[in-house]
Every structure is written in structure tokens, then in C-alpha cells.
Ligand binder design. Structure first.
Ligand SMILES: N[C@H](CCC[C@H](N)C(=O)O)C(=O)O
Length: 264
């Protein structure tokens, strides 16, 4: 299902557990010269995704946030693009290349359920990256009721705060201050996590370059990794519940993320 945004741009609108995307197939034109902020405004989506050809994978996925900034990773969009390319090829496995030479593996595990191998998290201060050396497990940040987040890179930078009740956190107000904190030379995505007695995680996310979204795949991965590193959980997998739906996150050698996709 493809429709025209302005009768010039063939595109498809999809979501990954509520994270919305305009996806443009530019494998023939190989064109990256778009007004991403305008497309995101017109398409009212969280990210704009451009697919081009790749020499190392079934396709190359370019990610642009609603403010036009480029991102290195988008787990939920990878599940949507994975679905589209598997549909086209009639397979249940494809690979996607991202910038920084990262290759994602996508697996069809249900009618509209896609699993992505998100690779390994980066945990050193200069891999997040941070602007100075400090312990990424307990960052020296305190803002109102939030303090000492965990920093982790899932291909893109994330911080995760653990709280008792995520609904009490004014994320709309605190998100932009944290995204642009001086400790993050490339800014950061911001998550608020509440660990349930069941070991499942409730999560709300302020996305770098976009704001509050219904779901963020890489944030769900970051929250699970952070909960293991902080010894809040001792399990190989858990369900992460976001306003847009839930994601199954597994972490042994690599991080695996599974969830539903749909068309908008
Ligand atoms: N805002 C993110 C990119 C989109 C990530 C998110 N939508 C996902 O599913 O991982 C960043 O600037 O790093």
C-alpha cells in the first residue's frame, strides 16, 4: 500500500508498536535530499525512513527524526522495514545496513510480529558518548525527582531513570532539558522506567529529535540492559510495556527485540 504525500513522493506509513514512520523507498533514485522536517510534519510521524541500496545487506535504512536530525538506530523502524523487504522477497529473514557499518538481522516470527537482532550495547563513557569520563551506571545528573540515570548506547545514545511511578514524571517538561544536557555531546534519548514485581518494565520515552513517542525500540532495549546492569533484574528476557504496546527484549550475546508492526 503506497500513497503520495505531495503527488511526488511515493511512501508508506507504518508503525512499530505505535512508533510512527513515513517510509520512502529510494532504492532506484538513491535520493536522500528531502525536507525531513516537512515530511514529518505533513506525515505526522515520529521518524522519516529512507530505504536505499546496500552492498552489505538487503537494504540500507536511513533514519531522520521529526526535527530533521539524523539518527544512527531505530529499532521499531527496522521491524517495519524488515517486514516490507521480507514481504517483497517472500522470505522470513533479511538484513538491514545502518550508518556506522551496523547490520541488523530481521526475522518474521508471526503474521505481523518481527524480531530484530539489535547487536551488542556499548557501555563505556566515550561510547555513549559522554562529554567527560564518569560512571555510566550512575550519571551525576539530578533534575527534580530524577537522578543518577544509567547511560547505554544501542547504536544511539540513551539514558534510563528508574522511578517508583512513571505516571508522576513530567516528561514533557524534563525531557528536552535532559536531551540537551551538556553531558551528551550528541544529545540523548531519555527513558523513565518502572520495574514491576513481575519483572516486566513500564516505560515512557522522550526521543531525541522527536519528543514523547508511543514507543521506542532502542529505548526498550536500553531499559532492559540498564535494569540488568543495575541488578534490578536477573533474567534473560522481559516484556517492556510502552503506551503504544509491548516489546519482548532478550539479552544474552546480542540484544533481540520482538514486537508487532502495522500500516497507518
Ligand atoms: N530518536 C532516536 C531515533 C529513533 C529511535 C526509535 N524510534 C526506536 O525505535 O529505536 C534517536 O535520535 O536516537
Amino acid at each position: 500500500m503506497v500513497s503520495n504525500l505531495t503527488d511526488k513522493i511515493p511512501f508508506v506509513k507504518m508503525h512499530g508498536t505505535g512508533n510512527s514512520f513515513v517510509i520512502i523507498d529510494s532504492r532506484s533514485a538513491n535520493n536522500l535530499d528531502w525536507n525531513y522536517r516537512q515530511i514529518a510534519d505533513q506525515g505526522s510521524c515520529d521518524q522519516v525512513i529512507i530505504i536505499t541500496m546496500s552492498n552489505a545487506a538487503n537494504c540500507f535504512m536511513h533514519i531522520y527524526n521529526a526535527d530533521g536530525s539524523r539518527a544512527e538506530m531505530c529499532g521499531n523502524a527496522a521491524r517495519c522495514v524488515g517486514y516490507l523487504i521480507m514481504l517483497e522477497k517472500g522470505t522470513e529473514y533479511i538484513t538491514i545496513e545502518l550508518i556506522n557499518n551496523r547490520i541488523l538481522e530481521c526475522f518474521k516470527v508471526g503474521d505481523k510480529s518481527i524480531k530484530v537482532n539489535m547487536g551488542k550495547p556499548l557501555l563505556k563513557w566515550n561510547e555513549i558518548p559522554l562529554s567527560c569520563e564518569c560512571d555510566p551506571l550512575y550519571l551525576p545528573i539530578e533534575l527534580e525527582m530524577l537522578k543518577e540515570p544509567v547511560a547505554v548506547n544501542i547504536g544511539n545514545p540513551h539514558i534510563v531513570f528508574f522511578v517508583d511511578n512513571i505516571s508522576e514524571i513530567p516528561l514533557q517538561n524534563l525531557g528536552p532539558k535532559l536531551e540537551n544536557h551538556e553531558l551528551f555531546p550528541q544529545k540523548t534519548n531519555v527513558s523513565i522506567a518502572q520495574i514491576e514485581k513481575s519483572g516486566e518494565i513500564n516505560l515512557r520515552v522522550w526521543e531525541r529529535g522527536t519528543g514523547i513517542t508511543a514507543s521506542c525500540g532502542s529505548a526498550a532495549c536500553a531499559a532492559f540492559v540498564a535494569s540488568i546492569l543495575r541488578k534490578c533484574l536477573a533474567t534473560k528476557q522481559t516484556s517492556v510495556h510502552l503506551p503504544g504496546g509491548h516489546l519482548l527484549i532478550e539479552w544474552s550475546k546480542n540484544i533481540l527485540m520482538t514486537g508487532d508492526i502495522g500500516f497507518l
